[in-house]
Design a protein around this ligand. Structure first.
Ligand code: 5GP
Length: 177
């Protein structure tokens, strides 16, 4: 238990490190001499993205977007708003969108559409956690760390109502509501 929540599974720091390294190896292979632009989705991605780029010893650029959809509930409202856009020009460049979690797929399908309007050379998607239970929009994921069937994930940058972001590991919690 953590507070009132039952822990379904813990993903340890070592397990996270191994998966981050695996994703980094795949990205290095594909983007050698191409200087990709990594676009992170705030806030949840801040720890994953900083660990990831430190495992990628090739030139790259970093930018961020912020999207609002969740409010204080643990299910997506379906309505997505872009509250902070990218600032780098991406036309003609290879882009990798980096996200903490894909759940319904609504956030990423919205963002991919938005990014493609800027005519990058290519767009790939990297997520730390691929949640399979509630997918509504099909999204092609190119790199991922973990697959999770059910529950709500916190820690390693991910919050529940702004709690638990600071945990160095990931907890999958059983949510009643
Ligand atoms: P989607 O649009 O794919 O349903 O949701 C993506 C966003 O919802 C993620 O960026 C994340 O902010 C939030 N989200 C979805 N599932 C979880 C979860 O299990 N834990 C946390 N902390 N956020 C989640």
């Amino acid at each position: 238990m953590i507070g009132q929540y039952k822990i379904l599974k813990k993903i340890t720091e070592e397990e996270i490190r191994q998966q981050v390294k695996k994703i980094a190896r795949d990205i290095i292979k594909e983007y050698q001499n191409r200087e990709p632009i990594l676009i992170g989705i705030l806030n949840g991605v801040f720890i994953f993205l900083s660990d990831l780029v430190r495992e990628i010893p090739i030139p790259l650029k970093i930018d961020f977007v912020r999207l609002a959809s969740y409010g204080s509930k643990n299910v997506s409202s379906g309505e997505i708003k872009l509250t902070k856009d990218i600032e780098l020009p991406i036309e003609g460049n290879p882009v990798i969108i980096v996200e903490d979690i894909i759940d319904t797929g609504l956030t990423l399908s919205y963002l991919v559409r938005h990014i493609k309007e800027r005519e990058p050379e290519s767009v790939k998607i990297c997520v730390l956690i691929n949640k399979l239970e509630r997918r509504e929009k099909e999204v092609m994921i190119d790199y991922w760390g973990f697959e999770i069937k059910k529950g709500f994930v916190v820690g390693y940058g991910l919050d529940y109502n702004e709690k638990f972001r600071y945990l160095p590991y990931i907890l999958n919690l059983e949510m009643k509501d």
